[in-house]
Write a protein that binds this ligand. Structure first.
Ligand SMILES: Cc1ncc(COP(=O)(O)O)c(C=O)c1O
Length: 448
């Protein structure tokens, strides 16, 4: 739309880049596809923003929203409940691993992360360890943009404008096996090393000052890194040894994205807290949640105890109704099982791209993949800043979009093309993704 930039301030957007051209405006979605204002169709290779897990155009989710708004549009969860929040909290608890039975609703992922850090601090204050307030996370990992969540985020480029941030957010190396600084010949030894880096950071900071470790099951930004073997098992041991909470930040990795309802289940570890959002409603309404273990709620169950935190729209009735309807679709169509049944096909279709000189690494799990682009396959040499600017920001995203594929060319770490289609995607969609990538990446290579 020509006037899109007059008043609309888009998120993480170089607004000036649209001064000469039109902002792509998406007006409709159906299944795995979306359409723009000119009627052009695109394969939604990113499920919006890792959100539309059940796919676009589900009128039953829209109807669930309308019905709830007609019945009870809004009531807060501040000392009151409404039926859909109660029902959804119970439903979520039945799907979480172990005793993660306490659901604190938010409106999105950053708020869930924020709530988790606050809970970790408040929990230790109430259990006699008031100095435990720091958090550990990985370099490059994205955990959100509110000041607490941004402090946990490990991307200097999106933080520097807002310094000083919240103190006590410590960073450890990422789990990038493709560029492993140590143990590049053994995923097991690398996993052990990367986990032990968390233990070393806790020792350096002082175990009596560290409250929590925040990790995504598959680390998204800049990479799409599945955990190396043994990584989470060792992290769990370290957290137990130092009495540090393990927060599984599953804002992307839950609700079937990795072929399970929760990423922690996929990789077989037990977190103390799960943070989630996005796919919980498949995007038909905004919702997030912090899901805590029974143990973490205990100190707040005294006569005057209270977790002094909340947001007006957390657990909005319409969003909860939509989430319940979404989970009904999941169950009826076995979307989680569909991902498990098709993930190998998705992987092997993407791996066909290895014959292109620019494709260095194809990695991921479930319906969540990153394709790392390199200048030299043998040496794994990456692009310099000018090449990245020309190739990724200047060419790739737009060219892929023009060719009919909406996905993301991300260079917040090393340059990757990220793919996370709606969970209904199947072979015909994988093939379409592969063919468009093949054409555009071939052209990108020629332009280098
Ligand atoms: C792992 C993780 N945590 C937190 C967030 C922040 O979520 P939101 O954008 O809903 O605030 C994101 C967003 O992509 C995320 O991927």
């Amino acid at each position: 739309m020509a006037n899109a930039t007059d008043h609309l301030w888009m998120h993480f957007t170089r607004m000036a880049s649209y001064s000469a051209g039109e902002v792509p405006t998406i007006v409709r979605g159906e299944g795995a596809y979306v359409w723009d204002a000119q009627g052009r169709r695109y394969l939604d290779g990113l499920a919006g923003l890792f959100v539309v897990n059940a796919g676009h155009g589900r009128t039953e989710l829209a109807e669930a929203a309308a019905k709830q708004a007609g019945e009870l549009a809004y009531f807060p969860l501040w000392s009151y409940a409404h039926p859909k929040a109660v029902e959804l909290a119970e439903k979520i608890s039945s799907l979480t691993p172990g005793d993660l039975n306490r659901v604190f609703f938010t409106t999105g992922g950053s708020e869930a992360v924020e709530a988790a850090w606050k809970l970790a601090r408040a929990y230790f204050k109430r259990t006699g360890q008031p100095n435990k307030y720091k958090v550990i996370s990985r370099y490059i990992a994205y955990h959100g943009t509110s000041m607490g969540a941004l402090s946990i985020t490990g991307l200097p480029g999106i933080k520097s404008d807002f310094e000083p941030l919240v103190p006590g957010a410590i960073k450890v190396p990422n789990t990038n096996f493709y560029r492993a600084p140590e143990h590049g010949d053994s995923p097991e030894a690398f996993g052990r090393w990367a986990a032990d880096e968390i233990g070393r950071a806790i020792e350096r900071e002082g175990p009596d000052t560290v409250a929590a470790v925040f990790l995504e099951p598959v680390q998204n930004s800049g990479g799409c890194f599945p955990p190396p073997p043994g990584y989470f098992e060792r992290v769990r041991e370290i957290c137990d040894a130092y009495d540090v909470l393990l927060v599984s930040d599953e804002v992307i990795c839950s609700w079937g994205r990795l072929g399970e309802y929760f990423g922690a289940v996929r990789y077989g570890y037990q977190p103390d807290i799960i943070t989630t959002a996005k796919g919980i409603t498949s995007g038909y309404a905004p919702l997030g949640a912090m899901i805590a273990s029974d143990r973490l709620m205990e100190p707040f169950l005294t006569e005057t105890g209270m977790f002094a935190h909340g947001v007006t729209f957390g657990g909005h009735p319409v969003s909860c109704a939509v989430a319940l309807a979404n989970l009904e679709v999941f169950a009826r169509e076995d979307l989680v099982g569909h991902v498990r049944a098709n993930e190998d096909a998705f992987r092997s279709t993407l791996e066909k791209l290895y014959d292109l000189p620019i494709v260095g690494d194809v990695r991921g799990d479930g319906y969540f993949y990153g394709i790392e682009l390199v200048k030299d396959k043998t040496t794994r040499e990456t692009f310099d800043e000018a090449e990245s600017e020309r190739l990724l920001r200047g060419f790739l995203s737009t060219a892929l979009f023009q060719a009919g594929l909406y996905c993301r060319a991300d260079d917040r770490g090393d340059p990757v093309v990220q793919l996370a289609p709606p969970l209904i995607a199947e072979q015909q969609h994988f093939d379409e993704i592969e063919q468009i990538l093949r054409t555009v990446l071939t052209e990108a290579w020629a332009r280098l």
